[in-house]
Ligand binder design. Structure first.
Ligand code: NDP
Length: 237
């Protein structure tokens, strides 16, 4: 496939899971792909070798490093902000520094990366942020910080769609439900609880999320912006 031949794509958080599937999809479709990682150097190097993409270390908790990475990688045709973490536990017991780091990765980095990317992005550029169905629905305790961070991305997309729309740049949020990755393995202890919320009784696959991202990045989606795109087996229905 050559759907993205000649296109420059940056994926923030691409070494594993959903991000790695997105890297594979764009590389297979002919794009020139750069992706960031923080801790998984071995996985990142293996993925880069497999796909012909470029892996660069950039901690999404470091605002200035994220901005510099986006600037140096530009001009980008497509920015995908995938890096995200969850912190589980009693809100009354959690370390505020740990929660603030989650907000830096899940909220501050998407905002600053999106704005920085738009500075150099050509007309027709695409910004896609990986949110979560938990931005719409949070059926369990202990994940308020995560839910807050994913809801915040909805405001990000709605607002920046207005700022960048006149230049033909779109920004959208993809909101997965349970997807089989290291962060949420289908064979993990949460399986039965997760599946009880689903109409389709399985975890989603990272490749399914990557397919939605590729569509949003492609020419058919030029009129789609400021919107949330849920892929969740009816978790949120
Ligand atoms: P994984 O934990 O499996 O992978 C996370 C990826 O993000 C890794 O490549 C990791 O790189 C990178 N990453 C994490 N923290 C940082 C950081 N500080 N700086 C740079 N990169 C970082 O997660 P998933 O693939 O499951 O999740 C990806 C996204 O999808 C997240 O935003 C998550 O919230 C969202 N999501 C996931 C769902 C699921 O069920 N799996 C459901 C809904 C949303 P490294 O290991 O190198 O640090």
């Amino acid at each position: 496939m050559t759907a993205f031949q000649g296109k420059s794509v940056l994926v923030l958080g691409g070494s594993r899971g959903i991000g790695a599937a997105i890297v594979r999809r764009f590389a297979a479709d002919g794009a020139t792909v750069t992706f960031t990682y923080a801790g998984s150097a071995e996985a990142a190097q293996a993925l880069a070798a497999e796909t012909g993409s470029t892996a660069v270390v950039t901690d999404s908790a470091d605002r200035d490093a994220v901005i510099a990475r986006v600037r140096e990688s530009g001009p980008l045709d497509v920015l995908v902000v995938n890096a995200g973490i969850a912190v589980f536990g009693d809100a009354l017991e959690q370390d505020p520094d740990v929660i603030d780091r989650l907000f830096r990765i899940n909220v501050h980095a998407p905002y600053h990366a999106s704005v920085e990317a738009a500075r150099q992005m050509p007309e027709g550029g695409r910004i896609i942020v990986i949110g979560s169905v938990n931005g719409d629905r949070m059926p369990v305790a202990g994940m308020a910080s995560y839910a807050l961070s994913k809801s915040a991305l909805q405001g990000l997309a709605r607002g920046l769609a207005r700022d960048f729309g006149p230049r033909g740049i779109t920004i959208n949020v993809v909101q997965p439900g349970p997807i089989d990755t290291d962060a949420n393995p289908e064979d993990g202890p949460m399986k039965d609880l997760m599946h009880s919320f689903l109409a389709i009784k399985r975890h989603g696959r990272p490749e399914e999320v990557a397919g939605m991202v590729a569509w949003l990045a492609g020419p058919e989606a030029g009129f789609v912006t400021g919107a949330m795109h849920t892929i969740d087996g009816a978790f949120g229905a």
